[in-house]
Unconditional design. Structure first.
Length: 600
């Protein structure tokens, strides 16, 4: 009798000789594309994913065990991530390195992330210059099923507005059952200094708010690209294959005609020493390997800057200097305060007590309530520069921007031109109330719109199985450090607010002893303490004009190629002032319609 159809194939012998589309990377964006492109039965679709297919287990689906169970517990989440590797030493951070985090599992970043689920402001997307907020809005809605707060949650002060939400998409978005009263007080303390509460982040992304999560409200479990987009199709949709634990080593191309190189398929292998296989794509190849690995694959395939490729012995197939440039993330600095009433008990320590932990875990498994349903505090603020500084400070910061780009000296001319445009937009946005300069959480302050730009480059000798060289170049532009310093001062003010006096906050940070006028001393501490990445890398195959360092056009097709698209965080040209997974979902949803040739 014929073998039953299986979506997940584990043996190359089960591959079709060719597919309409091959998707490289079965992560957040890759699974959106797989689901949408295979809706059309005339398409055959193959996903090739470097990591394993892990059927979700409670430890992975848990909302928040945040610090203990998911993000940072390598014994549980280790198998779902690339082994940690250090970034290149950073000059502006005393040559320190940061750990580079990237998922390697079916579901990608959405399987291991902190589940914060918020979009940036309209202004942030309108600053992209190609797609804008109105083009993305239908796709923000399409990707989510928003679950409004329960009456109990509304009593806690959680508000919402239905205008810009979706109610029928694959990713469940809701507020967790568990919250801590102190979390709300943090917001009130900020509001006592001027900033306002936002009713709903999808209508106003700048202000203080309760943060929704990618969370199934009923089960209080993680909602992510695998259980949202792919799992419901497994073994049902016969035109869709997933090949896991295979690394794509190269994109294959045919003979150039005119100025265009046709893309014909991919080469892949299970390990460095393993046999190399090829598979053909009839309509094309879709890169969804994330902002750190997509540029690596392009460069390994000869698509990039000849000045970087040729010394490594790689023949240039498409001269595209923007590949791997323009790297952006959200650097942050911890400004911890101890309180007699923890502002965030979950990550603050009580779950580190084994007895408390075991009781809380048991409660979660039985009733889906308790500390395991409360993560990160679920409150935060995304605030503009003008809302936390006075006019004199704002004007002095923005009128004395040091001349020069502070880009890596090897930055290609086109990329520099693109950066100059981004500089103008970023400075303009710093003067406005509708674009966030900062994220404030009880323990940290993160910079939302850095002017510094990093790079992702191949290691020498080039090897698809070694990690790329990631140089965040954090705070290389001096204005970034000055703006972040204002955030540190504001965080200290928050904890001095009478609203939090009942909790007796004590500033435990290295900033505590510094006089607020001594910006130089604050900058010195930041050099020693800033962390480069909130795991929001983007921009490394930016959607912008080719003469401005762009890698893909507005159809997300790689310049100079026919049948090669990028659909992941790499294409985001200018990082929004927010955690970026909802943006990645929306971009991927729109990409699917664009690639299918639908009206968008
Ligand atoms: C630890 C962490 C915490 C985060 N927290 C949040 C948060 O709370 N809220 C939020 O909004 N965002 C968060 N993010 C960011 C968000 O999850 C990512 O921006 C998003 O998942 C990126 O999606 P992507 O499709 O671009 O890449 P990914 O989802 O990373 O997918 C890329 C996939 O490609 C695969 N791949 C790579 N190279 C190859 C190759 N050569 N061959 C085959 N497969 C390959 C990888 O294994 C991976 O599965 C976090 C990210 C991380 C890592």
């Amino acid at each position: 009798s014929p073998k039953p159809f299986r979506t997940h194939i584990t043996n190359e012998a089960d591959l079709l000789p060719s597919y309409s589309y091959i998707i490289v990377g079965g992560g957040t964006s890759g699974l959106v594309l797989a689901s949408r492109l295979s809706e059309d039965p005339s398409n055959t679709v193959l996903i090739i994913e470097a990591g394993p297919l892990v059927e979700p287990v409670p430890e992975q689906l848990l909302y928040p065990g945040w610090s203990q169970l998911s993000l940072f517990n390598s014994s549980i989440m280790g198998p779902y991530r690339y082994p940690s590797f250090p970034s290149a030493p950073e000059e502006a951070l005393n040559n320190r390195t940061s750990e580079v985090a990237a998922a390697r599992v079916v579901g990608g970043g959405s399987a291991i992330n902190g589940m914060v689920f918020l979009r940036g402001s309209k202004r942030d997307y309108d600053s992209w210059g190609v797609w804008d907020y109105n083009k993305l809005l239908p796709y923000f809605k399409k990707s989510e099923t928003f679950i409004p707060p329960s009456p109990e949650q509304e009593r806690q002060g959680i508000t919402w507005d239905k205008t810009n939400h979706g109610f029928n998409g694959p990713i469940q978005v809701s507020f967790p059952n568990g919250t801590y009263p102190a979390a709300g007080r943090y917001l009130e303390a900020i509001e006592s200094l001027g900033p306002k509460r936002s009713v709903d982040t999808s209508t106003n992304a700048v202000g203080t708010f309760w943060m929704p999560s990618s969370l199934d409200a009923g089960r209080q479990e993680r909602s992510y690209a695998y259980n949202g987009y792919l799992q419901p199709l497994m073994d049902k949709r016969k035109n869709l294959h997933l090949l896991s634990q295979r690394t794509v080593t190269k994109i294959l191309s045919g003979k150039k005609t005119g100025s265009t190189v046709p893309i014909t398929g991919v080469e892949f292998a299970a390990s460095e020493a393993g046999k190399k296989y090829t598979v053909k794509a009839k309509k094309g190849v879709i890169l969804a390997a994330g902002a750190l690995h997509t540029p690596q694959i392009l460069q390994l395939s000869g698509i990039g800057n000849p000045k970087l490729l040729e010394p490594l012995g790689i023949k240039t197939v498409i001269d595209l200097p923007g590949v791997g440039e323009n790297l952006q993330d959200h650097p942050y600095v911890s400004v911890p305060h101890s309180t007699t009433y923890p502002t965030n008990e979950t990550s603050g320590g009580s779950l580190f007590d084994p007895t408390f932990f075991a009781t809380a875990y048991d409660l979660y498994l039985r009733t889906r309530t308790g500390p395991f349903t409360a993560g990160l505090g679920n409150t935060g603020a995304f605030l503009s520069l003008e809302s936390i500084t006075n006019t004199t400070t704002l004007n002095s910061l923005l009128s004395s921007i040091p001349a020069g780009s502070f880009l890596d000296p090897s930055t290609p001319v086109s990329v520099k031109k693109g950066w100059e445009d981004q500089l103008k937009k970023t400075i303009e946005n710093y003067k406005r109330a509708d674009s966030a300069a900062y994220e404030f959480l009880p323990g940290l302050v993160a910079l939302q719109h850095p002017l510094s730009r990093g790079t992702v480059r191949l290691r020498s000798p080039p090897n698809p199985f070694s990690r790329p060289v990631v140089n965040y170049r954090t705070l290389s532009h001096p204005l970034d450090a000055l703006i972040l310093a204002q955030g540190v001062l504001f965080q200290q003010k928050i904890f001095k607010s009478p609203v939090l006096a009942y909790a007796n906050p004590v500033d435990n940070s290295a900033f505590a002893a510094i006089d607020e006028a001594d910006i130089g001393a604050i900058l010195e501490v930041m050099k020693a303490q800033v962390t480069a990445s909130l795991a929001h890398p983007c921009g490394t195959a930016g959607m912008r004009a080719r003469e401005e360092g762009g890698v893909v056009d507005e159809k997300l097709e790689v310049y100079g190629a026919k049948g090669l698209w990028v659909v992941d965080a790499s294409v985001v040209p200018l990082v929004p002032g927010q955690h970026i997974q909802p943006t990645v979902y929306a971009v991927a949803e729109r990409a699917a319609d664009v690639i299918r040739g639908r009206k968008v």
